[in-house]
Design a protein around this ligand. Structure first.
Ligand SMILES: Cc1cc2nc3c(=O)[nH]c(=O)nc-3n(C[C@H](O)[C@H](O)[C@H](O)COP(=O)(O)OP(=O)(O)OC[C@H]3O[C@@H](n4cnc5c(N)ncnc54)[C@H](O)[C@@H]3O)c2cc1C
Length: 220
């Protein structure tokens, strides 16, 4: 199936470092699927607020959740959400040419507060499953009181942009190559650790398979 390219709008059009931009929606999907923490940027009472928070998604929208008391989750206002994966440092001969290898996505839109109970439950399921596949059906699901204390926002993935930098520094064929300095990249990888049981658990209680199998696997 061919996916529609990402739209180039006034908001999403790259102005700087354009060569790192991608209009491939599959790149957006891969970046969103590789992470579970985003940064939600929103103006609250006239001041910008950037809030780290977890997310889930379906094919067309991102879901964000939190306390009904969160001012950043009021909904009905423009937001900008970023998801970032750092793949390494780019160490060049000159400080000016230093950089970061990364994959990042930025989503612009108006977040909508989800009020339909069915969509709210489904959005929360997706959010839980996105961070820990298998956990929605393993853990106790939210009751009415907990649902009432939780805000769920939905944000369309339509107006989104992607930027990706890979590869070595850019000064290998410039005048600074004559300096004789080491240059290259220092890769960075995140790996899930070994699950640590909650102390009150019986010592012989096995770790559920859907959690145990992630130990040692790569994140990001
Ligand atoms: C981990 C990391 C570190 C970075 N460090 C630096 C740094 O030190 N200095 C620096 O100048 N740049 C850095 N960048 C790149 C930075 O994110 C911007 O892309 C770049 O600075 C251009 O910013 P701008 O305001 O001119 O964007 P513009 O090109 O004016 O942005 C226009 C539109 O392009 C899209 N866009 C811009 N940046 C991104 C992005 N990163 N991901 C997805 N869409 C994007 C957005 O939709 C935005 O509205 C870094 C990126 C990452 C992920």
């Amino acid at each position: 199936m061919t996916l529609e390219p990402l739209p180039e709008t006034d908001l999403t059009r790259h102005r700087r470092l354009r060569e790192q931009g991608s209009l491939d929606r599959a790149d957006l999907d891969a970046i969103l699927d590789a992470g579970f923490v985003c940064h939600l940027g929103v103006v609250v009472e006239g001041r910008p607020l950037v809030v780290p928070t977890v997310y889930g998604r379906d094919e067309r929208r991102l879901y964000l959740h939190g306390s009904v008391a969160s001012r950043s989750l009021a909904g009905g206002m423009p937001v900008c959400v970023t998801v970032t994966h750092v793949d390494g440092l780019v160490l060049a001969r000159s400080v000016f040419e230093h950089g970061v290898n990364y994959r990042s996505a930025m989503i612009h839109g108006e977040a909508r507060k989800v009020t339909d109970p069915g969509e709210k439950a489904e959005g929360l399921r997706r959010l839980t499953e996105h961070a820990t596949p298998g956990q929605w059906s393993y853990a106790r699901q939210p009751d009415r009181k907990e649902l009432a204390a939780t805000t769920l926002l939905a944000l369309s993935l339509e107006e989104a942009s992607v930027k990706i930098r890979t590869g070595p520094p850019g000064d290998g064929d410039g005048p600074d190559a004559e300096l004789g300095l080491w240059a290259g990249t220092l890769p960075l990888t995140s790996v899930w650790g070994t699950p640590v049981p909650d102390p009150p658990l019986p010592p012989d209680m096995p770790v559920p398979e859907h959690i145990a199998r992630r130990g040692g696997t790569r994140h990001g």
